[in-house]
Design a protein around this ligand. Structure first.
Ligand SMILES: *Cc1c(COP(=O)(O)O)cnc(C)c1O
Length: 227
């Protein structure tokens, strides 16, 4: 058994059956993704449109590709034909662009709303008010080629477990409020994407349905190229 397969098996022991493991393969070459695939891992997360598209092209077509990074509107076109879910919708402009390209591609693309839950300035994401404004806008009502499946967030990069836990609790609270006000009759609104290598156990504890794990599967990473 290779190390990647061992890591996946080890992780799965800590992950309840109702939580989906997304293997974050950013910066790792396609050959390494293939090893994880052969170990039975079918969901992968990437944060660069071009890198994900190159891997999509060279790898088996039953892989599910999740986009998890900041997505520029001019890069949406590369991933729309094949992407499984965009976790990182962080502006109304981006969601509008995803909708129009999905329409062109005759697809309905699954999206998560990324909330800014961390104390750090640099992380992308909506505030709760911004999301309400978007969901109540007349434009949003016209967007038929996107399906909002839930929420996503990243906790502060910190050793403070209480801080991380409280941020995940906030995300769960946002999820429930949106579910009750806007998505009550939509069974597809059900995902909470939170938790990474260092905080996934807390995230599961706080209700994550998807966790995004890179280094615990693939080891530490260095960029493949300057992207
Ligand atoms: C890189 C990344 C991850 C995975 O991080 P690890 O700490 O390596 O598990 C998860 N989510 C997002 C949004 C990322 O960019």
């Amino acid at each position: 058994m290779n190390i990647i397969e061992e890591n996946i098996i080890q992780l799965q022991k800590n992950i309840p059956a109702n939580v989906k493991l997304i293997a974050v393969s950013k910066f790792k070459p396609a050959s390494v993704v293939k090893e994880a695939y052969l170990a039975g891992q079918y969901d992968f997360g990437e944060n660069k449109a071009q890198e994900m598209t190159e891997k999509y092209q060279s790898l088996p077509k039953d892989i599910q590709w999740h986009f998890i990074g900041h997505l520029q509107t001019n890069k949406v076109k590369y991933i729309i034909p094949y992407v499984t879910m965009i976790h990182s919708v962080d502006s109304m402009k981006l969601l509008g662009e995803i909708n129009s390209l999905s329409e062109k591609n005759k697809r309905i693309v699954d999206c998560l709303i990324q909330f800014h839950i961390a104390t750090e300035e640099s992380k992308f994401g909506f505030s709760f008010d911004e999301v309400e404004t978007m969901l109540e806008s007349s434009e949003f009502q016209l967007w038929k080629n996107i399906r909002i499946c839930g929420v996503m967030g990243m906790a502060t990069f910190s050793d403070n477990q209480n801080l991380i836990r409280s941020e995940f609790k906030t995300l769960k609270k946002y999820f429930l409020t949106l579910k009750n006000h806007y998505f009550t009759d939509q069974s597809s609104f059900k995902e909470i994407s939170m938790g990474m290598t260092d905080d996934y156990l807390i995230a599961i504890d706080e209700g994550a349905t998807m966790i995004r794990i890179g280094s615990a599967i693939f080891g530490s990473r260095t960029p493949l190229k300057n992207a």
